[in-house]
Design a protein around this ligand. Structure first.
Ligand SMILES: [Ca+2]
Ligand SMILES: [Ca+2]
Ligand SMILES: [Ca+2]
Length: 460
């Protein structure tokens, strides 16, 4: 009599997916490739990204953004995402778009990867930011800039990032209402004497400087936005730009603003000093960097004050950038590769008590071999694969034995009995059975990576 067997398939596969070289970090769920054309090392790559428009569902976590080199493993050393700037204008926070900037580390036509997520990630450390726009400052301290002063008297000058806590869009100085807003974004730098009178009878200097490397070619310009707010004129209080300590020719800064007088040596308020504030509004300075190609420079803006006790002057600075490369092409949003496992289970009769191994039948006491084949057709390896199967009551589960895992496809009748189940698997006579497949490497649809699990059990 052949007993009809019901096979209970309660297959539970537990596994984790391991990363490989095609995805920088599988904790991140999205990326886009950025191709940079005509790149030169040390240029500033700049592009605006609207993540929702690129297909992101959900709220972008601004802290998750990472620029990774083409090797898909190295973080770009200088990179930032500025949420409140988009297309060179102030943009809302937390709206899934903003400006990407990073310093190029390769020349030619090169790829980078922009990784991002909707899940919360830790922010990159301050050491990565460029902060020409002051949006990445640490409170009032302009991160990645250096500030200093010379021959300062008793009264403290301004030399910090604004707006400070509690400051509004305007402040009152000497009965004048004065704009206190950035060029773009929220933050700007202010140096000079705004909040205090000058110290008197000194040659005070208050500076801010930034060091950077000028590319060897594709040099372009260094640009910054400035706003002179001053009661004192050019002959007493003025601004001097130096590179590596040498005064530049200021007429080459291309400053075009009727409130500002520029000579080769300096710039400042054009109108003579008075009790009426002159505010130049935001104006752009731009200097060709060709003379500094391939060198590291220190770019310093110093406010000199022939100090008095009442005619204050100060300057706002924002949005410094240099050697900008905008020849960036954004690829499509990609999601990480995964392991794709498929399972098939079958059985064969090895022997029975009457016929032995010759044409054995599924009768009580027969030894049945079960085989479970796992195929990985995905681009990632599956790690720690453990398959759990409950042997039904038609079987004598105390007879479970010969659990083994073999590379390749299953061969139910051809395999030899053996035991090699892994450390996370079960032993003889244990039900449910756990087969420890360990790692199943990445495969393809046409050439899957296969492993076969075997076990033997007797019918009741
Ligand atoms: Ca934004
Ligand atoms: Ca700013
Ligand atoms: Ca003055």
């Amino acid at each position: 009599m052949v007993k009809r067997i019901k096979i209970v398939l309660l297959l539970l596969v537990l596994f984790s997916i391991s990363a490989d070289a095609t995805w920088w970090n599988t904790d991140w769920h999205y990326r886009m490739k950025i191709t940079v054309n005509n790149a030169t090392v040390h240029q500033t790559a700049k592009l605006n990204v609207d993540f929702a428009a690129e297909g992101l569902n959900g709220n972008l976590d601004e802290n998750s953004i990472r620029l990774v080199k083409e090797d898909d493993s190295t973080l770009v050393a200088k990179q930032e995402f500025t949420d409140n700037i988009y297309n060179n204008a102030t943009d809302d926070l937390d709206n899934g778009k903003g400006e990407i900037k990073f310093i190029l580390e390769d020349s030619g036509t090169v790829n980078y990867y922009l990784y991002y997520d909707v899940e919360t990630k830790a922010a990159l450390s301050d050491s990565y930011v460029i902060n020409g726009n002051f949006e990445h400052s640490n409170g009032s301290v302009p991160t990645d800039w250096t500030t200093g002063d010379v021959d300062i008297g008793d009264n403290a000058p301004n030399n910090e990032v604004h707006p400070l806590e509690g400051e509004g869009d305007t402040v009152t100085v000497k009965d004048s209402t004065v704009a206190n807003t950035s060029h773009t974004g929220e933050a700007f730098h202010l140096h000079g004497y705004r909040d205090n009178d000058e110290s008197g009878a000194k040659q005070e200097q208050i500076y801010i400087e930034k060091e950077f490397s000028v590319p060897a070619s594709g040099v372009g310009t260094v640009d910054y936005w400035l706003r002179v707010q001053s009661f004192d004129d050019f002959n007493y209080d003025y601004f001097v730009v130096t590179i590596n300590g040498e005064i530049i020719d200021h007429t080459k800064l291309s400053i075009s603003n009727s409130a500002i007088e520029v000579t080769s040596e300096k710039y400042g308020r054009s109108e003579t000093y008075s009790d009426t504030l002159v505010d130049s509004d935001w104006t752009k300075a731009s200097l060709d960097l060709t003379d500094y190609a391939g060198t590291n420079i220190t770019f310093r803006i110093t406010h000199h004050l022939g100090t008095d006790d009442s005619y204050r002057s100060w300057e706002l600075i924002d949005d410094l950038e240099w050697s900008v490369n905008t020849e960036l092409v954004l690829g499509e949003q990609e999601e990480p590769p995964t392991a794709i496992l498929s399972i098939s289970k079958s059985s064969c009769v090895l022997s029975d008590l009457i016929n032995g191994e010759t044409q054995p039948k599924r009768i009580p006491g027969a030894t049945i071999r079960y085989v479970v084949e796992l195929n990985n057709t995905g681009e990632l390896a599956a790690d720690d694969v453990v398959l759990t199967d409950t042997i039904s009551s038609e079987f004598d589960d105390t007879s479970i034995q010969n659990l083994q895992i073999v590379d390749g496809a299953c061969d139910c009748l051809g395999a030899s009995s053996a035991s090699n189940n892994g450390a996370n698997g079960t032993g003889n006579g244990v039900n449910p059975v756990k087969l420890d497949f360990d790692t199943i490497l990445a495969g393809t649809t046409t050439s899957p990576t296969q492993k076969c699990g075997y076990l033997e059990v007797k019918l009741q």
